[in-house]
Design a protein. Structure first.
Length: 302
């Protein structure tokens, strides 16, 4: 019988956890299975609910509580280290993705002989979340040769899991991390429904922060922008300078324009400061890596 580990990052989801577990139990009757719940330092009674689920289902539930809030991807990564089955599934705690479609992901993985399969649905989310997601996925595809699509509903092999858990970095973005180790990726359409309880824990600020951190942790295009953009503007500035010198020396025409001069100086200074800011962030990432800041810290387990 095939073995499946389901990793569920949990944050403020006390109202949906029992229903989620029941749906998982129904969907996985024909498999050997376990659920690894990782409570990302919830502020509600999520941990109490998880503790009860563990007491009632000791063979099927692992409950982990983190010492602080690390974010969805870090919490999921924590769960990877406790998954033991032949296949690993990640799914959200809000029942927007349906556990009953886990066998569909496994079937697709086997049919396509893939290492990783994403369940792709028509997302029932706020407009700003859809827009931010589309911009980010387009950016990773166009600028970094990334996946270009994906979701938090994934299934992948134990072999891929063993490679991923060796990763050692504080900031985790799972889709890029998984893509480092395989391009053998499949996709299948699944249902994505509205939340049954509560509201999304992501707001516009958090989404922007994830985009920024992911770009600077995994992306090379800011550095490419500095190299190629800096070279381009340096060339333009050099040619403009030659033009003004030629007008003065050959035609004796002095170029007036205090405003144009100030605009040019301010633009150049702004570009330099932007580049320094990008370099500063990269140096900060190196500092965090060298000091071995952990991706997560566990407070307790059940």
């Amino acid at each position: 019988m095939e073995e499946i580990s389901i990793v569920v990052p949990v944050y403020n989801s006390e109202k949906s956890l029992a229903n989620l577990f029941n749906e998982l139990k129904k969907a996985l009757q024909n498999y050997e299975w376990e659920v690894v719940f990782v409570d990302d330092f919830s502020l509600d009674k999520s941990w109490k609910v998880l503790s009860k689920l563990k007491e009632e289902n000791p063979q099927h539930v692992k409950a982990i509580r983190l010492a602080k809030n690390y974010g969805q991807h870090n919490a999921t990564f924590c769960g990877f280290n406790f998954a033991t089955a032949d296949y690993v599934v990640t799914i959200d705690d809000d029942l927007q993705y349906l556990p009953v479609e886990i066998p569909l992901l496994l079937k697709t993985l086997k049919k396509e002989n893939a290492d990783l399969v994403y369940g792709i649905g028509n997302q029932q989310q706020a407009a700003y979340r859809k827009l931010g997601s589309k911009i980010f996925k387009f950016g990773t595809k166009a600028l970094e040769d990334g996946i270009g699509q994906g979701s938090s509903f994934r299934l992948f092999t134990k072999d891929l899991l063993e490679k991923v858990v060796k990763h050692n970095q504080h900031f985790i973005y799972l889709d890029e991390l998984l893509y480092w180790y395989t391009e053998n990726i499949g996709f299948v359409k699944v249902t994505h429904q509205k939340r049954q309880a509560g509201k999304s824990n992501y707001n516009a600020f958090k989404i922007f922060n994830v985009l920024k951190n992911t770009t600077l942790a995994y992306g090379k295009w800011p550095l490419k922008f500095m190299v190629y953009g800096g070279s381009f503007f340096s060339f333009v500035s050099f040619m403009t300078g030659l033009y003004f010198i030629a007008k003065k020396l050959i035609f004796g025409i002095a170029v007036p324009g205090f405003t144009a001069l100030m605009v040019s100086i301010l633009f150049s200074t702004s570009l330099i400061l932007l580049c320094f800011g990008i370099l500063g962030k990269y140096l900060m990432n190196v500092y965090v890596l060298l000091n071995q800041k952990p991706a997560y810290s566990i407070k307790e387990m059940r």
